[in-house]
Design a protein around this ligand. Structure first.
Ligand code: 4NP
Length: 148
């Protein structure tokens, strides 16, 4: 199983989603490949935002080795599930899809605990990294249970 987490910059939300998913999969012996990407190249090559690295670290997850990269067309072929953090990411991913690839693209919080929260808010300008971590962790647990 190959899973890709996608946000805009690939420095705040999707690196956390990747790190949390890797940790949960490891603990459950769920064999899968997990990666993340951004719909933009704004931060390509950069490490995750220090605030994401910190909140991950507080939860015993190390995401410091991750580097931002831009989503590419080949990702839509390669990965089995592509999770968008918000609606804008979702629409941007769909623009790259051909054939039936769109069926692999899901809103990440379709698997969240609270159905009223449909998007992971972008914390880049607004803070709220603890809240983002909480949303991400719950959704990753549910995804692992569902697709394992
Ligand atoms: P992310 O957050 O999409 O969760 O990685 C952002 C990071 C950077 C920018 C926007 C969102 N930016 O505009 O530079």
């Amino acid at each position: 199983m190959r899973i890709l987490m996608v946000c805009l910059g690939n420095i705040c939300r999707s690196p956390l989603a990747q790190g949390v998913m890797e940790e949960i999969a490891k603990n459950k012996n769920f064999i899968c490949e997990i990666d993340s990407a951004g719909t933009s190249s704004f931060h390509a090559g950069e490490p995750a935002d220090p605030r994401s690295v910190e909140v991950a670290k507080q939860n015993n997850i190390d995401i410091s080795a991750q580097r931002s990269r831009e989503l590419k067309k080949e990702d839509l072929e390669y990965f089995d599930y592509i999770f968008a953090m918000d609606k804008s990411n979702y629409q941007d991913i769909l623009k790259l899809c051909t054939g039936d690839q769109a069926s692999k693209v899901k809103m990440f919080l379709e698997f969240g605990d609270n159905k009223e929260v449909t998007e992971v808010p972008d914390p880049y300008y607004t803070e709220g990294f603890d809240y983002v971590f909480d949303l991400v962790e719950k959704a990753c647990i549910n995804i692992c249970d569902k697709i394992n």
